[in-house]
Each structure stands twice: as C-alpha cells, then as structure tokens.
Design a protein around this ligand. Structure first.
Ligand code: SAM
Length: 239
C-alpha cells in the first residue's frame, strides 16, 4: 500500500516513522510519504487560507494549493481520505475496507476546513471518503490521519505476526474484547480467574465469550447485533 499525507504540519506526522510504519516498510508492505501543502503555494507568505465567502469566523483552506498538490501526487487509483468531523464515522469495518485499497491520499484540514470544491472536483476523478474519527473537534486532521493509518496498516495482510490476534479483537465481531491477564497468578490481592488456569479450552472459550457479551451489553449495547446479545450466554447473564 502507498500512503501520501498532505498537511501544513509535516512534523506532526513524525510518529509514522516509529515502529508501525517502519515495521510495515521493512516488510515491503507500505510506502508512506508526507508532503507540505505550502510547497504548492506561490506567494511570499506561502498562504494556504483565506476568509470564508458568506462571512463568519475563521479561515478556509484555499482550493489552489490543494488542487496543485493533488494533481502532482496524482489521484489515479487512489482513495482520497479527507479528515473532517462532519465525515462518516471511522470504524473497524471502514478500516478493513480501506486496507483493501492500493493507495490512500490523506488531506489534512486546518482552520475551518478545505474549500468544498477541492472535494467536489476530486470526486470527478477518484473515490473520496470524508472521515471523522469521533464526535469532537480537533484542531487539524493530522491526528485523525495518524489514527486511521495505524488502524489500517495493522490490517494489511502479512503485517501481524499472528493474524489470529486480529480476529478476537474488540469491534471485529460486534463484541468488545474480554478482559486479559498475564503472570503472576496473584497480584496485590487480585487473582486471575481460575478458569484461565484450568487448561480446559472449551471452558475458557465459553468464559471469554460470556465476558465479551457482558462488557458489550454494559458498555456498548449499541454495538452488538441483537442475535449476539440474545444467545445462550446472554440469557444466562440476565437471569
Ligand atoms: N469547522 C469544522 C467543523 O465544524 O466541521 C471544524 C474544523 S477543525 C477546527 C480543523 C480540521 O481538523 C478539520 O478540517 C479536520 O481536518 C480536522 N478534524 C477536526 N476534528 C476532526 C474529527 N473528529 N475527525 C477527523 N478530522 C477532524
């Protein structure tokens, strides 16, 4: 997969150089490039924003630098990901979908966002996804691009040493993950649940499923498919 990130704060993306991207790059799975939008400005002040038509507070990112950047990077075969709090919610399902793409180009907004025509024009050429990482407002799209990249890259085939660990994670099957424990057996008066020490794999599977259902019902009932919450385990839980 190739990932291009366009931003006015390239330094913000430095964490991409850390273990995740490095590991994926070493495995030949990923090529990440970060680009400074100001490189596509032509005035002395390298201006990327201007006042909004129609008035109102804040500034809007100008279309010209974005247009030139996307032309130079090329959108052929790419999915343009525009980070915005008004986008579709980012979920594990969407991460899985993006992980199937050959190339992602991230457009990181700042100020009040990017002139809408940049998105409208790009849509005539390629797939554009406006994505929100949550119902809150960040100062810029860089943190969102980092979060989306991390969630997507760990799903690339060949990235995880043990792909089974992906299958059991929260959000993969409509359930939150069960609680996990490691050594020692007893710590500050708290013991590991005995079933995990029993060696009885069927009992361990059943206990984990029960815990996952319980957690999901308590914390995120909106997530679980009704059939999951109504299976035998849930019936036992509510009795
Ligand atoms: N005026 C915009 C609005 O109300 O929708 C918010 C602009 S925000 C201050 C600046 C930039 O931060 C956005 O263009 C977007 O790129 C990014 N951003 C902020 N919150 C975000 C979120 N929840 N998800 C993804 N990107 C976000």
């Amino acid at each position: 997969m190739q990932i291009d990130v366009v931003t006015i704060f390239p330094d913000y993306l430095a964490p991409l150089e850390l273990s995740l991207a490095g590991k994926a790059r070493d495995k030949g799975l990923l090529d990440i490039r970060v680009h400074d939008l100001r490189g596509w400005t032509h005035d002395r002040h390298r201006t990327v924003d201007d006042t909004p038509y129609g008035g109102g507070a804040g500034m809007v990112m100008k279309p010209e630098p974005w247009g030139e950047a996307l032309d130079d990077l090329g959108l052929d075969g790419a999915t343009l990901v525009v980070t915005t709090p008004s986008g579709e919610p980012f979920t594990q399902a969407l991460a899985r979908e993006l992980a199937t793409r050959e190339r992602l180009v991230f457009a990181c907004g700042r100020y009040e966002g990017i002139d809408q025509r940049v998105l409208d024009e790009a849509r005539t050429r390629t797939e554009v996804r406006e994505i929100s990482i949550g119902d809150y407002v960040l100062n810029g799209g860089e943190v969102a691009a980092l979060a989306i990249t991390e969630a997507v890259v760990r799903l690339l085939p060949g990235f995880m040493g043990n792909p089974e660990s992906l299958a059991e994670e929260s959000h993969e099957d409509g359930l939150l993950e069960y609680p996990v424990y490691t050594k020692p057996v007893s710590w500050r008066g708290h013991d590991v649940p005995p079933v995990l020490l029993s060696g009885d794999h069927a009992a361990i599977r059943a206990w984990r499923h029960e815990q996952a259902v319980r957690r999901t019902a308590e914390r995120r009932p909106d997530l679980a498919h009704p059939s999951v919450l109504l299976d035998d385990v849930e019936v036992r839980l509510v009795q």
